[in-house]
Design a protein around this ligand. Structure first.
Ligand SMILES: [Zn+2]
Length: 369
């Protein structure tokens, strides 16, 4: 065989290979490895270019971020979720819904190739990056030490306020608290309720529960009411313990209280009394700051969805806050005495909305720790 023929055959093989490669690339995209800035350092993912846009397989992205991927075929929706974030993708849509409420735009819609979903690579550093601090705290949050105590006000013989159309505070707040519990549990937070039924609990029992389980925080849920001549008053507000009570009185009480001894410090009984006072005074000063931060987080979220005005956060000397040693706040979800607030609070869909916002407020607060 002449050298010429050999070269021609080699060139033909090359040409066939090139055509096949081009066809495959046009079909499956150019496949390559790519590094990204991830929550805990550099991430390496396979990426493919379709058209001029670079994509990564949604499945690989889910694995890299510890997210569970679920398909909802009928709704044409893909959900990625873990204890810190929920991402909803719609087929053929450029939008992704973060935590069921924040809409973010993708560079191009989710792409489906041979049954596999691909998301534009820019989604990682463009959309996910602002949420990285949550991923970094995930370990701490799901470490089993974070217990949230929800305290639905009143119950049993104590109906609380009776409002517009006969709506009862004790029923409204228990239902909201149960819905908050579901939202928190779904994200891996442990929850204790001071009551999960229509039963009476006195205020000390409620605080004691939070102190005994070493709660990370307590949110007491109530609904407001005023006399008939003030029916126009509406809106939500959140209370934290006023300063005089928190630091001095709580210190004095806690020095003698066994729950405080057990939950706040080990080796307590070997400490001289003045150290106990100093320790507790510092502890309650910090707890008060955290209670204000918790109140603000919860109020901001609830205020954003509430039908009535946002009445803000306020100090108050309330027993359930006074006797609780962890950060705590008392939320008044609305005025049942007001026709609008009362009507909305008697609707399950509105109570769900309020509950979701309370859960988000709790997450916002946990993110600041
Ligand atoms: Zn109440």
């Amino acid at each position: 065989m002449t050298r010429f023929v050999k070269r021609a055959r080699r060139n033909r093989r090359k040409a066939v290979l090139a055509v096949a490669t081009c066809a495959w690339l046009a079909y499956a995209g150019v496949c390559q490895g790519k590094s990204f800035d991830g929550p805990d350092g550099t991430l390496y993912l396979e990426s493919r270019t379709f058209g001029s846009v670079e994509f990564v397989p949604l499945h690989d992205l889910a694995e890299a971020f510890g997210l569970t991927l679920r398909w909802f075929y009928e709704a044409r929706r893909v959900e990625l979720r873990n204890t810190v974030i929920t991402l909803d993708f719609l087929a053929n849509s450029r939008f992704v819904l973060v935590d069921k409420q924040d809409v973010k735009a993708l560079k191009s819609p989710l792409l489906f190739v041979r049954g596999e979903a691909f998301v534009p690579a820019s989604f990682i550093e463009g959309t996910l990056k602002p949420y990285y601090p949550r991923f970094q705290k995930q370990g701490r949050r799901t470490g089993g030490t974070r217990i949230v105590v929800l305290d639905p006000g009143h119950g049993g013989k104590d109906t609380g306020a009776i409002g517009y159309g006969g709506v009862r505070e004790k029923d409204v707040v228990l239902d909201i608290a149960r819905r908050v519990r579901s939202a928190l549990v779904m994200r891996g937070v442990k929850v204790r309720m001071t009551r999960d039924d229509d039963v009476y609990r006195d205020l000390d029992e409620r605080s004691e529960m939070a102190n005994n389980v070493g709660a990370a925080l307590l949110v007491s849920i109530h609904a407001n009411a005023v006399s008939k001549d003030k029916r126009a008053i509406s809106g939500c507000e959140t209370f934290y313990l006023s300063k005089a009570q928190t630091v001095s009185d709580a210190t004095t009480e806690a020095v003698e209280n066994s729950a405080a001894r057990n939950s706040l410090v080990s080796g307590w009984r070997f400490l001289p009394i003045r150290f106990k006072r100093l320790f507790l005074s510092r502890h309650f000063t910090r707890v008060r700051e955290q209670s204000i931060s918790l109140s603000r987080s919860v109020q901001n979220r609830v205020g954003a969805v509430a039908v009535g005005p946002n009445r803000g956060i306020k100090p108050a000397n309330l027993a359930v806050l006074r006797n609780t040693y962890c950060p705590a706040c008392l939320l008044e979800v609305g005025f049942v005495s007001n026709p609008t607030d009362g009507t909305y609070l008697s609707r399950a869909s509105y109570r769900q909305k309020v509950a979701d916002s309370i859960a988000l407020g709790i997450f916002d607060y946990l993110d600041t720790l």
